[in-house]
Design a protein around this ligand. Sequence first.
Ligand code: NI
Length: 184
Amino acid sequence: MILPIVAYGDTVLRKVGATIDPTYKDLDKLIENMWETMYNANGVGLAAPQVGKAIQLFIVDTDAFDDEKYPSMKKVFINAEIMEEWGTEWEYEEGCLSIPHIREKVSRFSHLLIRYQDEQFNWFEEEYDGIAARVIQHEYDHCQGKLFVDHISQLKRRLLKTKLTNISKGGAHVDYKMRLPSNR
Ligand code: NI
């Protein structure tokens, strides 16, 4: 089932997600719905707060990047914790399904070490770099109540203010279903 994607301005996007355990109700269904929702919107990642659930869960599929340098990665991340970030800081133009039609260069570290559980709640510790690291950093931020626009300069953010307000009022035209802050 395709779920509506929460638009910028909703308080759920500002919450630190709660950790979850195997007793979390209908988790399989939620993850399945998140994949469907993400692919329907042509996303490469989606975090649970974006479908209205303030929990520590996000999904990533970098296949759409078609980057020969890095193999594509498709994974579910539960209760993730970025343990360490290092390497060169590099800029990449990020976008977000909750903030349509806005793309801004965001600077982040090139490498990270992440500890997380998969959908069977097995623990993993893995290193990532390249585009996979970038998408993980973006989605991980969502679960901490952070958005990519928090990483840009105050001046740039001020310039975006009208556009951001417009998005939260439903003014952004997208071909996927959105849930507006006033619509709750
Ligand atoms: Ni996003």
